[in-house]
Ligand binder design. Sequence first.
Ligand SMILES: Cc1cc2nc3c(=O)[nH]c(=O)nc-3n(C[C@H](O)[C@H](O)[C@H](O)COP(=O)(O)OP(=O)(O)OC[C@H]3O[C@@H](n4cnc5c(N)ncnc54)[C@H](O)[C@@H]3O)c2cc1C
Length: 287
Amino acid sequence: MIPPVFDYHAPKTVGEAITLLGTLGQDAKLLAGGHSLLPMMKLRFAQPAHLIDLNRIPELRGICEDGADVVIGAMTVENALITSPVLQAKVPLLSEAAKLIADPQVRNRGTIGGDIAHGDPANDHPALALACDASFVLEGPNGRRTVKADAFFHGTYVTELADDEILVSIRVPAFAPGTGWAYEKLKRKTGDWATAGAAVVLRLSGGSVSHARIALTNVGATALRAADAETALIGQPLSEATIAAAAAAAMAITDPAADLRGDVEYKTAMAGEMLKRAIRAAAARAK
Ligand SMILES: Cc1cc2nc3c(=O)[nH]c(=O)nc-3n(C[C@H](O)[C@H](O)[C@H](O)COP(=O)(O)OP(=O)(O)OC[C@H]3O[C@@H](n4cnc5c(N)ncnc54)[C@H](O)[C@@H]3O)c2cc1C
C-alpha cells in the first residue's frame, strides 16, 4: 500500500521544527519512527499534506542522568532503551519492558516519544510511564512545559500535546534502592500488542507494601492508572488475599473493547491475571 502524496521537511533543530509546525498548521504531522503514522497514512486514516521529520535533530536522542531523574530524548529508539546502561541501572523496568514491544525491526526505528505521543491505549509506554511516575517535557512556540504522565492521556489518540508542540523528552525518577518492578504483557504472538498488560513499581518496608504504582495497558480508552489497586496494597503485608484485592480493584476500572484479541470478559480477567503476576514478580525483586 502506498501513502497519499505529502511534502517532506527535515528540520535540524527543535526550534526549526516548531516554526514549521506553526507555519504549516494542521496540515502537518511530525514523523518519528513512522511505525504508527505510516500504517495510518497507508490506510488513509491520516492524510497529512506535510511530514516534519524529527530524525535529523540530534538533541532529541539519548539517555542521561539529571539529578535524581533519568532523561530520555523523545527520539530514542526502543533498542537503545534495551541496551542503555543508565536505564538498566536506574529504571530497569523500561529496559526490560522494551524487549516486549513489537519486534527487532520495529524496535530499531520506533521511538519512545512516538509511542507516547500517538496516544494509542494498546501501546506499552503509556502504562509504563504512569507506573514510573514519569513526566513529559513539551516544547512549543511559547517555550517548554512539563506534564505528568497522569495528566497527559485524555482519550484514544488524544493527548495533552497541542498541535504546535513537540514531545522533547521523558523524565523518569530513578528507582529508589530496593524498588521492585515488573511488566506482565499477554500477547497472542511475538510482535503483537497487548491483549492486556500490567506495570507495577513497588517497595516493601517491614514486610508491608510502602509504595505502589500500578498501570494497565489496552483495557480502556487510555492506559489506566489503577489507584484503587495501589490503595489495596499500600500498608498491607503481601499475601495472596491482598494481591487478589488489588486485582479486583484494577479489573473494576477496566473498559476494554472487544476485538480479535478477546471479548470484554476475557480481557478484564486477563488484566487481573497480568496484575497478579506483575505484583508477585515485583515483590520478588523488592529488597
Ligand atoms: C508490527 C508492529 C507491532 C507493534 N507492536 C507494538 C507493541 O507491542 N507495543 C507498542 O507499544 N507499540 C507497538 N507498535 C508501535 C510502535 O512501537 C511505534 O513505533 C510507536 O507506536 C510509534 O512510534 P514511532 O516513533 O514509530 O512514531 P510515528 O509513527 O512516527 O508517530 C506516531 C505519532 O506520534 C506523533 N509523534 C511522534 N513523535 C512525536 C514527538 N516527539 N512529539 C510529538 N508528536 C510526535 C506523530 O506525529 C504521530 O502522530 C508496533 C508497530 C508495528 C508496526
